[in-house]
Design a protein around this ligand. Structure first.
Ligand code: EPU
Length: 455
């Protein structure tokens, strides 16, 4: 079995999805209401933060997705007791944090990128950490050089081994000055999770300021941390001797919200996304409106719907927050195949995030990918031979096809393509979608999709 298929079936199986292939009869608009839970990209980090507390934490609105299960498994092998007495609520008790057996850690190798964030907290609690090979979506090289450099700056000794990375902190961890070459989300979180208990002051320049990072800062402050967010991507952290547990309701998943919004547009449907909020989606909403999509903002969510008229082409450049998120482009591209005219998407965060368009082309879309930076400013991939700009000419009618899900967001866009296409599609590898979309099969049913899950 290829590693992609292994990942997909492991991800699907961990949230109770037996079949890995779904047959979709397209052409039916998605209509109805779905509810969001907490953001995958916050919840998993919040779970790691619980290691830093001397007392237990409570996290609410936790989605049932396989990435959460992976982190739960890793916490478990490190002695953090994770229990749940209510749907979506996790109790995390770190009173017995301990070093894990190598074999237990290895069982989680290749399944997620979160393990790298265990380093700082484990170094503080145990003086050592071992990180298995990392997984996550294959959307580029996804190096961890910033993470390792940051940890070295704090005083960690980093030793690369064949099966992972071993770290120790013989002299403890000390506050430092960090300037990230790029506002990496993960590296910013690495600095935060390490600096809060390091001795002295840490100054981070070039920080990422995504809403999920701000919510992680909220959590750390609840635990007792002292963190100042200045202008111009500067974050200052004063290390403290002790942190306690937190009680927190996670920020909603704006990536999932944008995915369902794109699904409403592409299928000519009407979806109320419960829990979605305007403030964290301003940039998405502007683009959605330019494409012609309609939305109504309510106190308890946002209704996204098709205008009933021709969609418009747009030029988008993905960027770090407050720009247009990279995770939003794949689902939206499906809707852009139906817009009249030429749209351009310039991907500036990941070098290889257009793998998913091959399937759309097979289904009848007209999309070309280019190595040049198109439609905006030159980015760091311009000279590096990566197909990171896409030109989408529409409108095109998608036809059903047999397609294989390549990664999380690309996979969701394949689902939308199949739902909006004429005829029947067989979409395999769908387990991977459960890494980040809670109960997506049940949600599709709720929204009136016509499909059969195999297996
Ligand atoms: N980068 C490096 N070296 C590093 C770290 C990052 O060169 O040590 C580069 C990456 O290769 C990439 C860029 O910096 O080109 C940005 O990566 P970043 O570190 O910001 O991404 P991440 O922390 O690995 C998180 C989300 C992604 C989301 C990005 C951008 C999680 C678990 N993942 O990834 O989410 O796209 O931030 O917002 O939080 C997804 O949910 O599908 C997903 C991929």
């Amino acid at each position: 079995m290829s590693s992609l298929l292994q990942d997909a079936s492991r991800a699907g199986a961990s949230v109770g999805l037996k079949g890995d292939t779904i047959t979709i009869h397209g052409g039916r608009p998605l209509r109805g209401r779905i509810e969001l839970k907490g953001a995958k990209n916050l919840v998993t980090k919040a779970m790691v933060a619980a290691i830093l507390g001397e007392t237990p934490s409570v996290l609410r609105d936790v989605p049932d997705i396989s990435d959460v299960r992976v982190v739960r498994g890793l916490l478990d092998v490190h002695g953090v007791k994770v229990t749940s007495d209510e749907e979506g609520v996790l109790h995390l008790d770190p009173s017995n944090v301990e070093s894990a057996h190598m074999a237990d850690i290895d069982a989680h190798a290749g399944s997620s990128r979160i393990p790298i964030l265990f380093c700082g907290p484990l170094l503080h609690r145990l003086g050592e950490a071992f990180i298995p090979d990392l997984g996550g979506c294959r959307i580029g090289d996804r190096p961890i050089d910033y993470h390792l450099e940051v940890l070295r700056q704090f005083g960690a000794v980093v030793e690369k081994q064949p099966s992972g990375i071993r770290m120790s902190a013989p002299n403890g961890l000390k506050g430092t000055k960090v300037h990230l070459p790029y506002p990496s989300v993960g590296a910013t979180e690495q600095v935060l999770l390490t600096a809060v208990r390091a001795e002295g002051i840490t100054e981070l320049r070039g920080a990422a300021i995504e809403p999920e990072i701000m919510d992680l800062i909220n959590i750390l402050q609840k635990m007792g941390a002292i963190i100042t967010v200045d202008t111009d991507r500067v974050i200052r952290i004063e290390g403290v001797d002790r942190l306690d547990g937190y009680s927190h309701t996670a920020l909603f998943d704006r990536n999932e919200a944008a995915s369902w919004a794109a699904a409403a547009l592409a299928t000519e449907g009407d979806i109320f996304v419960g829990g979605a909020r305007q403030a964290e989606m301003l940039t998405f909403l502007n683009v959605f409106r330019k494409v012609g999509g309609k939305f109504d903002i309510a106190d308890d969510g946002i209704r996204f719907y098709h205008p009933g008229t021709q969609l418009n082409p747009v030029i988008i450049e993905t960027d770090v927050h407050p720009g247009f998120m990279t995770d939003w482009q794949q689902p939206l591209v499906v809707a852009l195949t139906k817009a009249k005219g030429v749209s351009i998407v310039h991907e500036t965060v990941y070098e290889q995030r257009f793998g998913f368009v091959d399937a759309l082309v097979e289904m009848g879309a007209t999309i070309q990918v280019h190595k040049e930076c198109l439609g905006g400013q030159a980015c760091r991939f311009g000279q590096r031979n990566f197909n990171h700009s896409a030109v989408i000419s529409g409108p095109t009618h998608l036809r059903g096809a047999d397609i294989v899900v390549p990664d999380l967001r690309g996979g969701f866009s394949h689902l939308i393509a199949a739902l909006s296409a004429e005829g029947t599609s067989r979409v395999s590898n769908v387990g991977i979608i459960s890494r980040g979309y809670e109960n997506f099969i049940a949600k599709l049913e709720q929204l009136g999709a016509d499909f059969v899950l195999e297996g």
